[in-house]
Design a binder for this molecule. Structure first.
Ligand SMILES: NC(=O)c1ccc[n+]([C@@H]2O[C@H](COP(=O)([O-])OP(=O)(O)OC[C@H]3O[C@@H](n4cnc5c(N)ncnc54)[C@H](OP(=O)(O)O)[C@@H]3O)[C@@H](O)[C@H]2O)c1
Length: 274
């Protein structure tokens, strides 16, 4: 892991999983650039963690993505790892329009799927160019076990995360048809289970009640336990020095293995590597 990552950009790094990733990579001596919308949190992190760099931008503001990526690549021409982790989750019912707002739904799709797709398009040429020159490069995307196993409480979150999960597979397929040096670029899908962060603060109690109360509701994994498992998997490089294609933990591991045990075989029969 250590040699595959030197300079890492973590998009969506001001709280929860992203902030924990920043802290771990920083403690390993990596050059870390953290982003998010909340400037106060970026400033607090930069003050605490020596040499941490930050960039404030909103990935749902689609017109700002290209100038931000240009500026980042100008300042960090050796950037070898991009982690697209930002995400939001809303809970409402598609059956009752009074529980949702079209602007909020559009923002959720833009944050979780459109923004990440455009960011992939903007960063891939840079990562591929370094890869062709022989450097190891990495693109991580954070999806969710809910990308594979949808729940009714999240009618936009689940499909938007399913979209990013599919995008990760398509990217790997495209790279498999590319030049042989494209192997130096790893596409890694991070598939968290339900983890205890602020992601669902606004609706946690409501969803817990819908599941029949705290005794019956699906429990959240403590953040530290989750991060320990992520870094355990990051250390398990394949024989050729690549990261595992998925970093699934808990239910995330179950869905990863189920996909590989079923749909991967269908694609292999078509001659497609995912
Ligand atoms: N916690 C879980 O149970 C769970 C399970 C599966 C997958 N995930 C995924 O894990 C990722 C991290 O979530 P988390 O649980 O750590 O929740 P979190 O604490 O709410 O973190 C979300 C991060 O995304 C950033 N973000 C949100 N909207 C953004 C925007 N428009 N532009 C830029 N940054 C934005 C937030 O920063 P700002 O607010 O400062 O912009 C924050 O840093 C998300 O993609 C989430 O979907 C979480």
């Amino acid at each position: 892991m250590t040699s595959r990552i030197n300079t890492i950009l973590i998009i969506g790094a001001t709280s929860g999983i992203g902030e924990a990733l920043v802290r771990r990579f920083h403690s390993l001596g990596k050059k870390v650039i953290a982003t998010g919308r909340r400037k106060d949190r970026l400033d607090a992190l930069a003050q605490e963690l020596q040499d941490l760099d930050t960039r404030q931008f909103d990935i749902a503001d689609l017109t700002c993505l290209a100038p931000n990526v240009d500026s980042i690549l100008k300042d960090y021409p050796r950037l070898d790892t991009v982690m697209i982790n930002a995400g939001v989750q809303r809970s409402y019912s598609m059956l009752d329009p009074s529980t949702s707002d079209p602007e909020v739904i559009i923002n959720e799709i833009n944050t979780n799927l459109t923004g990440p797709s455009l960011l992939v398009r903007l960063f891939i040429p840079h990562l591929l160019e370094l890869a062709k020159a022989g450097d190891k490069t990495n693109l991580f995307v954070t999806t969710s076990s809910l990308a594979y196993v949808p729940l009714p409480f999240y009618p936009t979150y689940c499909p938007s995360k399913a979209g990013v999960h599919t995008l990760a597979k398509v990217l790997r397929q495209e790279l498999s048809f590319g030049p042989k040096e494209a192997k130096n670029l790893n596409i890694v899908e991070i598939i968290p289970p339900y983890v205890d962060t602020g992601l669902d603060d606004a609706h946690r109690d409501h969803v817990t009640n819908l599941q029949g109360g705290p005794e019956k509701a699906f429990p959240a994994m403590p953040l530290k336990e989750y991060m320990d498992k992520v870094f355990e998997t990051l250390e398990q490089l394949d024989q050729d020095g690549s990261f595992k294609r998925e970093i699934g933990v808990g239910l995330g591991k179950v869905v990863e293995e189920t996909w590989r045990g079923s749909f991967e075989k269908v694609l292999e029969q078509m001659g497609v590597t995912s």
